[in-house]
Design a binder for this molecule. Structure first.
Ligand code: NI
Length: 167
């Protein structure tokens, strides 16, 4: 396992559209392990491969209290969505920024697990929000891009300033 560096907004590589995984092999399982380790070390509840500059359609998340229930989505595909809910979101690629985003309240998603087996999940609440947030990463979209241009400009300025200070 390895800890991978996480890209920070506004790094343009976060806007890369990820490619589908063609075969779920050992290299993909290694990527899943590395994503899990990186997410847990950063105390996040979700991480997309895009965020570690690997542009493959792989997501991990764990929204459980005990942080012992990893969920892996390879080539996730949205089958249906329903309802609307506004929830506060954060992102390991946008450290220290939290804001409210409106998304579907319920989603049905198909994906492959870490053994390449297809599964379907019907998600609602926090899980539905997380899945949509992480699937956005695979399309090159970061949650702050749902906010107003004014807020987005403020966030970009703040993060650029912080990046300079930590160099
Ligand atoms: Ni994120």
């Amino acid at each position: 396992m390895a800890l991978l560096p996480i890209l920070h907004y506004p790094d343009p590589r976060l806007h890369t559209r990820a490619s589908p995984v063609t075969v779920v092999d050992e290299s993909i399982r290694q990527l899943v392990s590395d994503l899990e380790e990186t997410m847990r070390a950063a105390e996040g509840i979700g991480l997309a491969a895009t965020q570690v500059n690997v542009h493959k359609r792989v997501i991990v998340l764990d929204i459980s209290e005990d942080q012992q229930h990893l969920q892996v989505f390879i080539n996730p595909r949205l089958i249906s969505s329903d309802g609307q809910v506004e929830r506060e979101e954060g992102c390991l690629s946008v450290p220290g920024i939290y804001d409210r985003v409106t998304r579907a309240d319920r989603v049905v998603v198909e994906a492959l697990d870490r053994d390449g087996r297809p599964f379907t999940v019907q998600a609602e609440g926090l899980l539905a929000t997380c899945i949509q947030h992480e699937m956005d990463h695979l399309e090159g979209k970061v949650f702050v891009e749902y906010l107003s241009q004014l807020k987005l400009n403020r966030i970009r300025t703040k993060l650029r300033k912080r990046a300079r200070e930590t160099l």
